[in-house]
Design a protein around this ligand. Sequence first.
Ligand code: ADP
Ligand code: NA
Length: 340
Amino acid sequence: AFTPRVFSGIQPSGDLHLGNYLGAIRRFVPLQETHETIYCVVDMHAITVWQEPQDLRRRTYEIAAAYIAAGLDPKKSIIFNQSQVIEHAELSWIFNCVARMGWMERMTQYKDKAGENAENASLGLFAYPSLMAADILLYKSTAVPVGEDQRQHLELTRDIAKKFNHDFKKQIKANGHKGDFFPITETLATGPAMRVKSLKDGSKKMSKSDASDLSTIYMLDGADLIAKKIKRATTDADALPSEAAGLAGRAEAENLVGIYAALSNVSVDAVLDEYGGQGWGSFKPALAELAVSVLSPIADEMQRLVAEREEMDAILRDGAARARAIAQPVMDDVRNIVGF
Ligand code: ADP
Ligand code: NA
């Protein structure tokens, strides 16, 4: 039996946005009460595409600060920076030798990110999901809260765990383990806003890399800017429907209602109970007010924390030490099992 343990991470590869908050960070908080929780700033993932070193370092602090500002307690959760626990790299190499080329070639995120110019993508970008599997399985994590876009990577993590458990079955047993060595990790990605869309195009997800002006709400946006972005969000002309089924085929409407539901911790149907039949002229200001009331205090606390370098360094150092204490015995076993 595996300890119920949650792992998740965010890349310091761009400014944090509402999708990261609703799809990930916000959902990390309640899990602290029910699971052992490990939350990482995945800087080794970030460098799979070019990062200016000084920006990488600044954003690493920003994400750690966002975790805490959003309600993670460094005493209840292990909060650390991936590159400070080198076992992530070691296990990912072993997983590079477990994962099959065919599995990796099917990853849609790689295809999207490599784009037309795949010849010039880094080898690391291709291997990204193998490092992600290592992040998760290094702690024998049983559940991972993520947004929808990570579902396929989590499936690959399970495939790697299964193949490792199968290929090394004899050695796993010989090393004193009953049954599987790695757990088959569960994806936690249900609820509204698991895929927050661009405010300008309901067919695209909101993303760190979308530099375009009004499409993305960033965690550090001020109240006026948040209100402006919501006001200018693309919508159809129809009133809101009275139940969730009425949102089918209305991507932009579904997105805004989903954001409202997630921010206020109620179901989509509950939001439509209140706003069904009303137009955007009344819904958008209500959504803007709600978004500001949730995001502004977090932004303020983030700004305060990023300025507290010593406090942040102490938290990240302590988190790395606690992460290493779990990771090292797992790696000792893995090395033995593999035959190192
Ligand atoms: P990004 O895609 O913004 O670069 P990451 O790859 O670092 O972000 O992902 C961090 C977390 O945020 C993951 O759990 C991911 O699923 C989630 N996430 C990213 N974008 C969105 C979105 N638009 N909607 C919901 N969750 C998202
Ligand atoms: Na992502």
